[in-house]
Design a protein around this ligand. Structure first.
Ligand code: EPU
Length: 342
């Protein structure tokens, strides 16, 4: 097994940050991982799993061995009374996979169209958009243990999905961060299909177009249009989607914030907590368009940090910390970053 040395990573992270991997192995199947583990030099070395690079901030050259997941393949697995089960290799592009499932006549992922990244990364942060989270369409996944080389399968409960969270984001206790590489993911696409239209942006599309009962392809097209209108295309302007999670607060904390700023965007959650729109909080602190070096807050969506060209990971993180400080000083809320900082 010969790893590639000093590999430029600029094209491998959607922020477009310049950094290199000291050593990188392309993983096209589980045998590649087994070979890494059996190698006397690579086996014991720390490892970093890289998918589409859509949720990372690289703050320097990467010293751990980069395992770049390039496992391909999509197939129909079978059907149950309630779902079509479809599988994809972890290295498949997420949006291409969503498009393929619709082309095959298995709707259910249309609200998650155009999310950058790979299929393998989708369960790691339980991607979500416009009323659907990955966990709502998840069946199971196969992963490989990066210490023992053992392949194992996890169901949804074992993935411990939360809001932009899973067992793959935690290193302590039974967490699998840095310990496992996802090989394949299976999705359960619901029978019968029902549209998920609760979001305001989708309601607006319905009103504008007069299409009262859209099919999945129509919703897919609307989602693509909505995202293109407010989120920057990483192929044009480097970014990692929402940079912070939407924070949750108690009703008392929310009432306190409303007393200070009645316009605060907030949504009651089923568990009684209140979710606040982080983008609104950042916007209210006047951050839209502000920069540190070449890292800026996107003008159309304050929750997205962008690379104006040549931004370093350090500049992105300095900007992120300044935003956290000002939101904390004004609202008493600590914003938590969504991407993994390497
Ligand atoms: N808002 C502002 N100013 C801003 C940004 C937002 O006032 O600069 C307000 C909006 O007007 C709206 C509210 O904040 O009332 C929420 O904004 P939006 O609908 O754009 O959604 P979001 O909460 O900012 C979340 C997800 C997105 C997902 C959308 C749609 C998180 C962290 N982000 O964004 O996910 O696409 O909802 O479901 O949960 C991602 O995770 O990378 C991502 C893009």
């Amino acid at each position: 097994m010969f790893p590639e040395r000093n590999v430029p990573l600029q094209a491998c992270n959607t922020f477009g940050i310049v950094a290199k991997a000291f050593s990188l192995v392309r993983v096209r199947g589980e045998s590649d991982v087994q070979a890494v583990l059996a190698d006397p030099g690579l086996g014991p070395a720390p490892k970093f799993v890289l998918g589409g690079g859509s949720n990372v901030v690289l703050t320097g050259d990467v010293k751990p061995v980069v395992l770049k997941v390039e496992i391909r393949g999509r197939r129909f697995v079978g059907e149950t009374a309630k779902a079509w089960v479809v599988e994809a290799g972890a290295g498949e592009n997420w949006h291409d996979f969503v498009t393929w499932t619709l082309d095959q006549g298995w709707p259910g992922l249309e609200n998650l169209a155009l999310i950058p990244g790979t299929v393998g990364a989708s369960p790691v942060q339980n991607i979500g958009a416009y009323g659907v989270e990955l966990q709502d369409r998840f069946d199971s996944l196969d992963a490989i243990d990066l210490v023992t080389g053992r392949v194992f399968t996890l169901n949804a409960a074992q993935c411990a999905f939360g809001y932009r969270d899973s067992v793959f984001k935690h290193a302590s206790d039974y967490g699998l961060a840095g310990r496992a590489l996802i090989l394949r993911v299976r999705f359960a696409l619901p029978k019968p299909w029902k549209p998920v239209l609760g979001y305001l942006d989708l309601e607006r599309k319905r009103a504008e177009t007069g299409v009262a009962a859209p099919d999945a392809r129509q919703i897919f097209d609307w989602i693509c249009a909505i995202r293109r209108a407010k989120l920057p295309d990483p192929a044009v302007i480097g970014n990692a989607g929402s940079f912070f999670k939407n924070p949750t607060v108690t009703p008392e904390q929310c009432a306190d914030i409303i007393a200070r700023d009645p316009k605060v965007v907030h949504y009651p959650m089923p568990d009684g907590s209140i979710k606040l729109a982080a983008g609104w909080l950042i916007d209210a602190c006047g951050w839209k368009g502000k920069s540190v070096g070449q890292a800026s807050v996107y003008e159309k969506q304050a929750l997205v940090l962008v690379n104006r060209g040549g931004a370093t990971g350090g500049q992105v993180m300095t900007l992120a910390r300044a935003i956290q400080t000002s939101v904390y000083e004004r609202f008493g809320i600590r914003l938590e970053p969504e991407p993994v900082v390497v």
